[in-house]
Design a binder for this molecule. Structure first.
Ligand code: FNR
Length: 340
């Protein structure tokens, strides 16, 4: 018999690999000034930071991707080995399948087993019930739970949700009844200032902007549905850099995670300069694993972390807090969007 949830998980990865890159994060419109006289030694550069109450070695995290099938278990095994090796946080993919299908739990549990005391983050839709949220947290002893907002994705999916009323109340209710931090995230279309302010007022203190410019679920779901053509709206969404600028100065205790199209060290550095506390990567690390397994993804992260340190030195910043206070300029399309 067909298992829709499992088939969908497989198809997401298959169509992710076939998708093109029609949007831009607009990080190319962020300008950082080189410091030719930094007065720092490379050894002095410290990339560690605190996230969700734990110390991590870099402000970089593996963001939600998968879980639930045998193939997902292997991907999660590799991702969690990398998270342990670099001491960085990792979020699992949506755990609905793990809650409702006993046999798929192991593909999530393996992440906590491998990461030991490191930061592990759960993931569900923002329309989850309190019981589902508690079950997802228990499954992996989660340090926090991500709740995703994905109206654009659902509307393209033939089997997707069509009802989005009541989500805000549900989020408020979850905040009141769950005692681990709640992270509200998009899945690649960005969070506006207005939405971020409403979420803050509901008690949310962590927002993952997951903006446009990377993985595109209108395209991924659109390619799964051969009967309708969604290609005219592949460019929908708030570019990641724009979403970050909008959300990062709302309140000091609102922590912003930059994600959506993060590919290299310069995207990481620009995200932090704009004000992000953490930078999440999904698509690019998945691509490395599918192309060359653990070794290829290890090389990717190893080079990225070296270049993070290198760019910190070239900006004259010895630690992440200093980097977060680096002045930056914006130009081009990003400036037009911000000024309007
Ligand atoms: C995702 N993403 C995702 N997000 C989420 O909240 N729950 C999920 O189950 C999934 N599943 C998933 C599968 C695959 C194959 C990909 C590539 C992505 C979205 C992800 O966490 C992130 O928000 C977006 O992909 C944007 O970041 P990148 O991919 O551009 O770095």
């Amino acid at each position: 018999m067909r298992n829709i949830r499992k088939d969908r998980k497989k198809e997401h990865i298959e169509y992710f690999l076939k998708s093109s890159h029609e949007q831009s994060t607009l990080f190319e419109d962020v300008y950082l000034e080189h410091n030719a006289l930094p007065e720092l030694d490379f050894e002095e550069i410290k990339t560690n930071t605190t996230f969700l109450g734990k110390s991590v070695d870099y402000p970089i995290m593996i963001n939600a991707i998968t879980g639930g099938t045998d193939f997902s278990r292997e991907i999660n095994r590799t991702l969690s080995k990398l998270a342990l090796k670099f001491n960085i946080p990792m979020a699992v993919g949506s755990q609905t399948i793990g809650i409702h299908e006993e046999c798929s739990r192991e593909s999530f549990e393996i992440v906590r087993e491998n990461i030991k005391d490191g930061v592990v983050i759960g993931n569900l839709s923002a329309n989850a019930t309190i019981d589902e949220v508690k079950a997802a947290i228990d499954m992996i002893e989660a340090d926090a739970i991500q709740l995703h907002l994905n109206a654009a994705q659902e509307l393209v999916m033939r089997e997707g949700d069509r009802r989005f009323k009541g989500l805000f109340k549900n989020i408020e209710n979850i905040v009141k009844n769950i005692d681990v931090p709640i992270i509200i995230k998009e899945v690649g279309f960005g969070i506006s200032k207005d939405v971020a302010v409403r979420l803050y007022d509901a008690g949310i203190r962590y927002i993952d902007v997951s903006g446009a410019g990377g993985t595109n679920f209108i395209e991924i779901e659109g390619r799964r549905d051969v009967k309708k053509d969604f290609s005219d709206i592949y460019t929908w969404g708030i570019p990641t850099a724009m979403s970050l600028i909008q959300c990062s100065n709302i309140k000091d205790d609102l922590k912003i995670i930059s994600s959506g199209g993060i590919e290299d060290s310069i995207d990481v550095v620009k995200s932090l300069c704009i004000g992000a506390h953490m930078v999440g990567i999904s698509g690019e690390i998945l691509r490395r694993i599918l192309e060359g397994g653990y070794d290829s993804a290890y090389k990717y992260l190893d080079e990225m972390t070296y270049k993070l340190k290198m760019l910190m030195l070239l900006l004259g910043k010895a630690n992440i807090e200093g980097l977060r206070n680096t002045p930056y300029k914006i130009k081009g399309e990003l400036k037009e969007l911000v000024d309007n």
